[in-house]
Design a protein around this ligand. Structure first.
Ligand code: ADP
Length: 567
């Protein structure tokens, strides 16, 4: 409620969408259930076609026997005979279709509901885009066989195998990161007897990861990157990169983004921006631990601690300290602004400064660990869900009824009902922490991987409550995602690598924001929330209309012979 009150009320003007037919559909849909979003409720069609089949078959058999008995020609038909034949044929077609043989759809409607994840006007022309035969991904990767090595490298590989040259020292010993990776890979191949043929070695900048992203590399994993969108968020368009191997995910997000675009766009608001780190310290008594707690909570001491905290960074600005105790152990959750960095290193350095300072004031304080898990990093925890960590974002949109019907292929009533029963009640039944959504983690993870974020932080970054409410007399739906812990940065870590940097560039958020430090990272967080909003809309619609399994069968199940690829 608090968040909603603060949401901006101004939004772009929207075209008038009050169409009589649609408002009729809306009132009819007031009592609709999720399963009724099919073209016709299945219980109704069964009720018609099953009896039709038996009655028509019975009638025709009687007539046939009669004609044979009196010697009448079989091809002379009266009106009732014709009706019975038409009924029999149509009910057979229905029954075949009902039992899984889709004969009617491809003939009557070449765009079957399997295509529903791709909006009609955005379906890619595969014939134009794809080569005649599907490429063999095993061959397309640049593979360096390395079976014949230069004499020098051969000697080093033998050294690694003997144990006289530590594998981790290859980069510093050879002074050439690519060569080090090749030697390490060769040693690994000989130790394990595995070819590693599918893992590319060349085509990657190993210098770029040295000392910051990955140790002891032997190659790199390739991942496809899809683009969903454009996303219309806060009046601007963004093409959203998603690195994933889950079929349907990009297509589904794309559909949600189209629904949002066609309805005038989404809007976002950042409620809080602060990374946290919580060291654990111990005293001889709970009384002494409480004394430190009172010291930290005294506003008179805050300025001193802030100055100490920001000694190690221009960007780290202390916002607050939240304490929790367990007996004589004290957990201090420091929250600070970190500019455009995700901020874990920055906040850890600041916390270390404060611990050093506090040791002077409280010499009997024993530091257990700079991280005492009250932070809480990469673990499900109520503290992040309630207090937030990183960027706390709300993103909202009003989806018009005609868009719900046409693009999402469901109804407002079915969406709202499903959201209540699944995302709210279902997650409550499951005892969820921050999991009041359909699949926020899918979208968060795909964008995190594409843009060089820490994928392990998808745990708290995916905390999300999805709300759906029928508005404008039940015609339109207000949908929102509230995500209190989106942890993203546009400098540091994986964001500086070439491919991840290129995708940050695509979004216009690469690197540090020169004018207002932190603006790039905050914008990225709102884009993540906007994409989650789209993902929620699309998946919830697919579930409400019963299209989910069909779409997955189409996009997730390749017709290629997987056994051949494996062999
Ligand atoms: P993290 O704290 O997310 O682990 P790093 O410490 O790896 O990030 O990277 C942040 C580094 O980038 C710091 O050294 C910081 O001084 C520098 N930096 C440059 N510009 C900015 C900015 N606008 N916001 C935050 N950090 C910045």
């Amino acid at each position: 409620m608090e968040a909603r009150k603060r949401l901006p009320t101004s939004r772009p003007p929207r075209p008038d969408h009050s169409k009589t037919a649609i408002s009729k559909a809306s009132s009819a849909a007031a009592t609709v259930k999720a399963s009724d979003a099919l073209p016709l409720p299945i219980r109704l069609t069964n009720l018609v076609f099953f009896p039709m089949f038996f009655v028509a078959a019975y009638y025709l058999m009687i007539r046939w026997r009669e004609k044979v008995r009196i010697g009448a020609p079989l091809h002379v038909l009266n009106f009732l005979d014709l009706t019975a034949i038409v009924s029999l044929v149509s009910s057979i077609l229905y029954l075949l279709n009902f039992f899984g043989i889709e004969l009617i759809q491809p003939i009557l409607n070449p765009r079957s509901s399997d295509d529903d994840f791709i909006p009609a006007d955005e379906e890619p022309n595969c014939a134009a885009l794809c080569p005649q035969s599907p490429p063999d991904t095993r061959k397309s990767a640049p593979i360096s066989p390395n079976s014949v090595l230069p004499a020098d490298d051969e000697e080093i590989v033998r050294g690694v195998l003997r144990g006289s040259i530590p594998s981790y020292s290859l980069e510093s010993r050879l002074g050439d990161c690519r060569r080090a990776a090749g030697v390490r890979r060769e040693a690994l191949k000989r130790t394990t007897g595995k070819s590693l043929d599918g893992l590319p070695l060349d085509g990657f900048d190993y210098e770029a990861i040295l000392g910051q992203c990955c140790e002891m590399p032997v190659g790199y994993v390739t991942l496809p990157v899809g683009i969903a969108g454009p996303m219309l968020l806060d009046g601007k368009l963004y093409h959203v990169p998603m690195a994933t191997t889950e079929g349907c995910l990009v297509a589904s997000t794309n559909r949600g983004l189209k629904a949002i675009r066609d309805s005038g766009g989404a809007e976002s608001v950042i409620l809080r921006d602060g990374m946290t780190r919580a060291p654990a310290v111990r005293f001889a008594s709970a009384k002494r631990a409480a004394e430190l707690r009172f010291y930290l909570e005294d506003p008179a001491n805050f300025d001193t601690i802030s100055v100490v905290f920001k000694k190690s960074s221009r960007f780290a600005r202390l916002q607050g300290i939240q304490c929790a105790m367990a007996g004589k152990n004290l957990y201090m959750r420091f929250r600070c602004a970190t500019g455009d960095a995700m901020g874990m290193n920055m906040v850890s350095k600041g916390v270390q400064n404060v611990l050093d300072f506090l040791q002077g004031e409280f010499p009997d304080m024993e530091v257990i660990s700079i991280s005492g898990n009250f932070c809480s990093d990469k673990k499900p925890a109520a503290v992040n869900w309630i207090e937030g960590r990183g960027k706390s974002v709300v993103c909202e949109a009003v989806i018009k009824e005609e868009v719900v019907l046409k693009v999402l292929k469901t109804t407002v009533a079915a969406l709202v009902e499903l959201n209540m029963l699944k995302n709210l009640a279902g997650s409550a039944v499951a005892g969820s922490i921050g999991g009041f959504n359909a699949h926020a983690a899918n979208i968060v993870s795909a964008i995190f991987i594409a843009t060089g974020q820490d994928p392990a932080q998808n745990i708290e970054s995916s905390h999300c409550i999805t709300m759906m409410e029928a508005i404008n007399g039940g015609k339109d739906v207000h949908v929102s995602v509230t995500m209190p812990s989106i942890e993203v940065g546009t400098v540091g870590g994986g964001t500086q690598l070439a491919s991840q940097g290129a995708l940050l560039d695509l979004l216009g958020v690469r690197g540090a924001n020169a004018d207002a430090p932190g603006e790039n990272a905050r914008l990225l967080a709102t884009i993540v929330a906007g994409a989650v909003l789209a993902g929620e809309l699309s998946l919830m619609s697919a579930l409400a209309s019963g299209h989910l399994v069909k779409s997955h069968m189409k996009y997730n199940r390749s017709s290629k012979d997987v056994s051949k690829i494996a062999s």
